[in-house]
Design a protein. Structure first.
Length: 429
């Protein structure tokens, strides 16, 4: 009987009896079956071993891109931002930055970094991220110099270093190529100690962060008394977020609380010392429609949290305090509101991204006439991906700045971009 092994007691034409435990099946077909099972078991054991080895082996992810921008600016802007549309850097008075119209080229938007995954035994996996770009800021604004973006480590629910504040939702930022980005989005990367007591579809993040704020002297900037007033930060800043995500996208609610003091260092009849409390609430979402299409939304309201926004302006400004000769000026936290909405649609190798962002500040009575009051920002982008890793884009950019005295300046730009992206996942043995 082909394929069957006949044993004593088996009747012809019947299936063979169940082989006894511990006995090896005999015959060519039986031996082949046993060999196949053994080979499959060996492969399965090897796969489990490799998976276990990978889980115990450090991994290094390299990522980034080289981006070249070329464009024409039809307006005028602070020369430090010739290749970036920072709305608050637009003119606050006629002719402040000369006549409009100039060509720009830049690679400052290029970026690179790595993520290291290091097994730590019973503690889980240590994640370390280091990322930089070439966009100088602060005293290096306008220069093509390295700038630290992230220097962050994490083990389980505890993280520390410079990273996105929990007040920020990085996924609310649209996929555009103008490197400064929408004016109203919270985009602060801050030095922090964070805990994440809940991770998964619902995430909770709590952090204490490095304190900091910016102040404007306004109409009182030239007072001798203000020259000896210094900011002081006695407490850290507190940030928290709650996020819910699924196949449909995500929503996030975040809050920020900060306090700032300033001291008058001169002992005389005028004491300008004071303090202010800043707070903010931010609601963000990214809602998916289909496999690639997404709508990104953001709303913020607060006081004294302007420097957490992408185009950070003064957090505190002077307000006259009449009837008090010992303190003629009082510092106040400036109220701010912002809203952003963007849509991204992709079909095959083509894509389109468009949207708008607004930031509005309620100016204090003591601010200068040229103080920032409102900014509008809009872009429309056509995207083409000829091959994986290479993206070409044509982008129209618009910005409008309004000052406290009502003066408004506008800027229009056209930009062409080529971005060459790279990534690699290395296993260190």
């Amino acid at each position: 009987m082909a394929g069957n092994v006949m044993r004593a007691g088996d009747a012809p034409g019947q299936l063979p009896a169940e082989p006894r435990r511990g006995r090896q099946a005999r015959g060519p077909a039986g031996r082949a079956a046993v060999a196949a099972v053994a080979l499959a078991a060996a492969f399965a054991a090897d796969a489990r071993g490799q998976a276990a080895d990978t889980a115990r082996t450090p991994r290094l992810e390299l990522y980034g891109w080289v981006q070249t921008d070329a464009g024409y600016d039809f307006g005028a802007i602070d020369p430090r931002y010739a290749d970036r549309l920072r709305v608050s850097a637009l003119p606050s008075a006629d002719g402040e930055f000369g006549p409009g119209g100039q060509t720009f080229f830049s690679v400052r938007q290029s970026r690179g970094g790595f993520r290291a995954h290091v097994p730590s035994g019973r503690g889980g996996e240590i994640l370390v991220q280091l990322e930089m770009d070439l966009t100088g800021s602060g005293d290096d604004a306008g220069k093509t110099v390295p700038r630290l973006r992230h220097a962050y480590g994490e083990l389980g629910p505890v993280g520390a270093g410079q990273y996105w504040s929990p007040f920020v939702d990085p996924d609310a930022a649209p996929a555009i190529f103008e490197s400064f980005g929408p004016i109203g989005l919270p985009r602060a990367r801050n030095v922090q100690l964070r805990v994440m007591p809940l991770r998964g579809a619902t995430r909770i993040t709590l952090a204490v962060e490095k304190p900091g704020a910016s102040a404007e002297g306004g109409d009182y900037a030239d007072l001798v008394e203000l020259e000896d007033v210094r900011l002081r930060f006695r407490t850290p800043e507190w940030a928290a977020s709650v996020r819910r995500e699924g196949g449909w996208g995500h929503v996030q609610a975040a809050g920020l609380l900060r306090r700032v003091w300033w001291d008058d260092l001169v002992e005389d009849d005028v004491d300008l010392s004071g303090d202010a409390t800043g707070w903010g609430v931010s609601l963000t979402s990214a809602l998916r429609f289909g496999a690639k299409n997404v709508v990104r939304l953001q709303y913020l309201a607060g006081e004294g949290v302007e420097n957490y926004l992408n185009d950070g302006t003064a957090d505190v400004a002077p307000r006259p305090d009449p009837g008090r000769p010992e303190r003629p000026v009082k510092g106040v936290a400036l109220p701010v509101r912002s809203v952003t909405g963007y849509a991204e649609v992709y079909r095959g190798r083509w894509g389109a991204v468009g949207g708008y962002s607004l930031q509005a500040v309620d100016n204090a009575a003591g601010q200068s006439a040229t103080a920032f009051a409102r900014g509008d920002y809009a872009t429309f982008t056509a995207v083409y991906v000829p091959v994986a890793g290479l993206t070409a884009a044509a982008e129209y950019q618009y910005g409008r700045r309004r000052s406290a005295d009502g003066f408004a300046s506008r800027d229009h730009r056209l930009q062409l971009t080529l971005r060459y992206a790279f990534s690699a996942d290395l296993v260190v043995r």
